[in-house]
Design a protein around this ligand. Structure first.
Ligand code: CA
Length: 219
């Protein structure tokens, strides 16, 4: 039985999440407050936490900070209506495993939940490898051969997405929704810009352009 703790104070989102996750076979428990989330995460076993940032009493950021500082490694996916880069960086640096920007499609959230639960099941896929590249999604370290590579949070998220689908073509839309969230302008060229950044740091031959389709990490 896989148990998912939901910390979210908007009733509509809670029922949307609970219905969908229960239909997918998960057991859920929802709390509307950061303090309840912290005490439940400590006192009961959960496999994953879906954490809203804007919670009453203590914020999602603070919940995460306290969990990590007491050594709790439970996978955490942040649910956020905030789209600022600073929030994302703060979330990932604070020890979140992933984040989803509201509004989101349930299928997308479910895919991310499954990835995080698989990480826990196998205990190995927290380190991704492709060719000479290694990405540790917990410590947020990237290496190319034996060289450490400094990546921004967004570059890291883009590379992680490409590495999780190494050898497959990812469309711009897929990369936008994985890395930037749903309400991003689909006409934006931000994916192309960040692929250029990655090539600059990792070498031109790491990511292939597949004309008319998108990008593919070379394996
Ligand atoms: Ca909220």
């Amino acid at each position: 039985m896989t148990r998912i703790l939901i910390a979210e104070d908007e009733p509509g989102i809670v029922s949307f999440l609970e219905k969908g996750l229960q239909a997918a076979g998960y057991t859920t428990l929802a709390v509307t407050d950061g303090i309840d989330a912290l005490s439940l995460a400590r006192d009961e076993h959960f496999d994953l936490l879906l954490l809203d940032l804007g919670l009453p009493n203590i914020s999602g950021h603070e919940v995460l900070r306290r969990m990590r500082s007491r050594g709790d490694r439970m996978p955490v996916i942040i649910l956020t209506a905030r789209t600022g880069v600073d929030d994302t960086v703060a979330g990932l640096e604070g020890g979140a495993d992933d984040y989803v920007t509201k509004p989101f499609r349930f299928e997308e959230l479910l895919a991310r939940v499954r990835v995080r639960l698989r990480d826990v099941d196998t205990g190995t896929s927290t380190v991704l490898r492709a060719g000479a590249l290694t990405l540790d999604v917990h410590t947020r370290r990237a290496t190319n051969g034996d060289q450490f590579v400094e990546l921004t949070a967004r570059e890291f998220a883009l590379l992680e997405t490409l590495m999780r689908h190494a050898g497959q073509v990812m469309s711009r839309e897929q990369l936008l929704s994985h890395v930037w969230g749903y309400d991003f302008d689909p006409g934006s060229n931000v994916v192309d810009v960040y692929v250029r950044y990655l090539r600059r740091k990792l070498g031109d031959d790491v990511v292939d352009t597949v004309r008319g389709m998108g990008y593919r990490l070379r394996v």
